[in-house]
Structure formats: C-alpha cells, structure tokens
Design a protein around this ligand. Sequence first.
Ligand code: ADP
Ligand code: MG
Length: 645
Amino acid sequence: MFYNKRMKLSSSARIQTALETMGIYTYEDVLMHLPRAYEDLSITEHVLKVDRQRVVLSGVVATQPKLFRHGRFSSVTFKFLAHDQQLYSVVAFNRPFFLRAIQLKTTYRLLGIYDQKRSSINLTSLLKDDGNLPILKPIYRLPDEIQGYVFTRLVKKALSFLPTLTFSLKLPESFYGDHHVMSVIEALKVLHFPTSLDEVEHASRVFKFEEAYAYFVYMKQLKEAQQAWKKPQSNTIAYGTIVDKIERLPYRLTSDQLLATDEIIHDMNHHHVMHRLLQGDVGSGKTVVAALALFANVQRHQQGVLMAPTDTLAKQHYLTLSQLFTGEKIRLALLVGSLTAAEKKAIKEALIEGTVDICVGTHAVFSEDVSYHDLGLVVIDEQHRFGIQQREKLRQKGPYADYLMMSATPIPRSLAMTVYANMDVSTLTQFPFLERKVETLIVQEENALIDYHIQLALEAQQRVYILAPAIEESLTGKQTVDALFHMYQTKYPTQVAMMHGRLKPEEKEAIFSEFAQGKKPILVSTTVIEVGLDVKEATLMIIHDANTFGLATLHQLRGRIGRDGSPATCLFVIQEENLFDHERLNVLVKTNDGFVIAEQDLALRGPGEIFGERQAGMPSFHVLNLVKDHKIIEAVRKFMHPHLL
Ligand code: ADP
Ligand code: MG
C-alpha cells in the first residue's frame, strides 16, 4: 500500500527484527498496524455485585497477596481498596507471578469479572494508574519480543511524523465519495488513541473497505489464474450414464445431492478446470456425491483421486466406494501410510500404467514417487485439513484435473461467496436421515453427571468418546490426553483406550478397531477423531476444556455421535474459572444448525478454521469482520462486479 523505505524503528536489534518479521519497516507501517481490539478502562460507577459483571476499579492493593496451590492450579488472592471506598476480595487464577509483581500502596486500575458466589472479583488485568491511562486501551497483535508499551511508544513517535507521511488508498476517490469515510490521517489518530467506540467504528470504515477490496482483488486474480487452465479435449460425460448410476444406488438422493451432482457434472464437462467446493454439515451425505463425480470421471476414461486427512478415514472411504461401485467395472486402490513397501510399489505401478481408475488415500497420493497415467479429478475431503502446498503438489501430477473440495463447516451462501470467492460452491442443506438427536450440556469438572452418563452408555453397550482439550500441556493446567487417560482408566479399568496424533497409523487403527468393536468402549483422544469417522454405537461424547475449541470444531466433534439417529449426549466440561465462556458455548447447546454455528464462529474468531492454512500472499483481515461487516463487503463486491447484482 505504501512505499517501503526501510528504516530503523528501534535501537534494539531484537525488536527491529521482530518488527520486520511482522512486515513493519516504516512509520507508515507502524500506524497501519491497527489495534485488534480495545479494552474499556473507564471506571465502573456502580459495582452491582451481580454475577459476571465486568468491573473496572481504581484503587490500591490493601493486603499482601497470598498464593495458594491446588494440584495443577494456583490462585493469588488479595484485597483491593477501590475508588468507591469499598474493600474487594480479588482472585487471580493460575497466574502465580502476580504474587511478586503486585506492589502495595500503588494505585492501579483493576479489571475483572464479579463472581457472586464467592463475593470476589476474578482478575483479568491490573494496570499501573499514573493518571494518564486512556479511556480505551488499544490491544495490538504483537509477537512475544515486543511488549505493548514499547509498541505504543513507537505509535506515538510515528504519529508525531504524521504530516510528513503518505498513505494511498486502493479504492478510487469516486467510490469513497459515495461511502462516507474519514481521511486516513484522521482515522489513524482516532484508532490509535480513541475516546469512544463509536468513533472507532467510524474511523475503521475506510480500512475495512480497503481490506475487503484487497481481498476481492486477490481472489479475482486467483480465479483468473485458475481459468487460464483450459483442459485439452476430453471426453464428455453423458448425463444418462450418471442418471442410471443414481438409480442403481441403494438409496434415493436428496434433492440437494442431486443438484450438487448436476453442478459438478456440468463443471466437469466445461473446458475450464473445475474448482468447486461441496459444503454440508456432518452427515449431510457428501461422500456419495463425491463418489458420483469419481464415477463420472471413470466414464470419461480418466483417473480420479479421493484424498482424506487420516488413514482411518481413507479406509472408510475406500470401503464406502467399494460398496457403491459393486458390480461396476471400476478398479479401486487404497494408498495409505500403513501399507507394506511392496503393496505401495504395486499400486504406484498400476497408477502409472493406468490400471487403477480411482485411488483413495491420504497425502501419500501425492508423494514424490507417485505419478498418474491420466489424472482427471481430485476430490479432497475435509479440505481445510490440507495445506495449500499439499494441494499444489497434487496439481503438478495432473495439471488439467478438476477439483472438488469438501467441507463439513458449511456457511450461508452470501458468506460463501466471499470466503470462497475463487470457487464455485454447492451446498447440502438437507439431511438424508431423520435429524440427529444430540443433547448438549455444559458441566463443570467432577460433576456426577459425567459418570452417570458413562455408566448408562456402558450398560447399553454403547461407545464413549472423551476428548482432550485443543491446547496440550499449557501452563494453565489444561487436561492432557495422558492425564485424562489415567483418570478414566482408574475409574473404568480395562475399558479405556487412548489415541493421539503421535501414534503410527497402524497403531491408531488397531486402537480404533478395538474401540469400534466394543472391546474398549471408551476412547480418550485428541481431535484426531474430528474428521468423518463413523461408529454407529457411539452415543456419548465428553469434551474436556471445551472452551479451548472453536465452535465449528465442537460441532464437528459432536457430529461423531448419534450417527444412526439414536439419542446421544454431548457434555462440554469446563473448569470453573472458564464459566464465562458459557455464552459462546451456549450457541451449541441451543442449536444444531451447522450454518448458524459456522457463522457465529466466523464472527467471533475469524476465518481460521474455514480457510485452513492461509495461502501465501492472501490479504488478511485486521479490522474487517466477515460476518458483521457484510454491508461493507457487499458494497465492494458491487463496485467490482456491478453485473452480478
Ligand atoms: P458427510 O457429509 O458427513 O461426509 P456421509 O457422506 O458420510 O456424510 O453420509 C452420512 C451417512 O448417510 C452415510 O452412512 C451415508 O451412507 C448415508 N447417506 C448419504 N446419502 C443418503 C441418502 N440420500 N439416503 C440415505 N442415506 C444416505
Ligand atoms: Mg465426510
């Protein structure tokens, strides 16, 4: 956006390097590193002492802090004499360093959440109050090397040069003439030192427009590059053969499945390479649609690949395809890490010779030494699980192959047009079965409900998934998969198995089959089970530290239970001090609608879980919220593609 004359921004080499790593070389860059959020520091006039009230106090620490340890946890407690002349009890969970950091008789601004049951405040942060604290404190995304106050100092310095700095906007003036925005200079002053959130809202508009524009420009370039791939003449797929195949399927397709199949065949018959995303909630029946695409590809005498993120899932797909293609002249192969060297060699040879029509596998399908005779279609299940580079490697093996990506995190159509602007999107909204009945509850650790449900499940010969938190072994005392395994193993000896990502594929498979067959009906695991696995008897899932997961992931996880329509229960176990995450998790208690959940997740956490790994060069969103700023996004889209609307 700006000219990059590299300059010395810090006298510390460490900080200078950290800034450059963030892409910050000039004062312009410093100012363009906008706050990701603001902390409201205005003092709470009335502490109502109601549960979960956010409070900001000004005052002094009145008693010497004390440290308590309870196993893996700790708490520091002290009394705080506040501006309202009240003495408050304060607790800081799992931050033992406060014991030494806190100074008596120093004036602080204290931020926390009121806990009515304990009549105390759960501390969130404590700032020295020198009388110059802003009303809204900007929070910047910064690496560990750069502390907040260091960056704030740099921002102040950069602001003093503001009149000499130059910023240019990418969207033309004519556009901004119609969309009221502040000048960039005014906006930057406001965003780094705001006095109200309304002001922030208005000032950030100009940058939101710019971000949306940069994103669409990038997506447009991607799309144009994709369209430059014109297929050499290939055989047209006759719709009739597909319709016949659909009639031979063991069940009737839903109308969404039919429509998606139709869109895919249409794309495959087009001279541009297909880039289509098939999205649908867990259980919406994406696999059979993929199978039909693979079937169609065989009809035009080309090879197809179906790639899954894990060995187990690849095997499951292989079995599904074998069943769906019984009686068809289709040669299937399975290529996964757990095969012997000789087995792999034989399959690779067959792929080059063209004696295999469809290869199902993990990332092994695009390893260096795998080549294809004539690759025509690539299907990628759980696409966000694969990196862009992995997908690119596959492209080298078949430059004219059509691409079908699948995602179990469906988002509403208007959002999909933005997030997947470089692809065409088919969506499955219906469920082939009766709605699944998964009841979700939020419980605290050691709640008796947990064992009650486990016993019910065991008596009914059902299976139980127990999930370890997303973050392993952090300082905050999160449950690790090992610790959970031992805990449950003690309670239910010989019935518990454990699975995590560090196991070899064959070990995972052995463990998984013991679980599936019911020899060990309880499986303690990391999210390796998130994707596609199908164990009909699984009716209970217990997710520890559920607050550490994204909503979309939690929804996918609970999609693993109650698969045959029988009633199932999902328990989100959270530690007491995280009860404030209740509201976010409540979205899942209240709805089973994957679209609503993905949209909420996107609004709260940004597009991480949907994009998977970011493509190099893809512009990122610092101020733009894909869900909340839909009006801005629509305005930019309309400007770029007036014919679309
Ligand atoms: P997902 O979209 O999560 O990948 P799957 O493709 O695994 O879902 O389908 C879930 C289950 O629904 C499978 O057991 C599949 O055989 C079954 N299924 C798919 N489509 C239909 C249909 N139209 N009628 C009945 N069962 C179906
Ligand atoms: Mg699936």
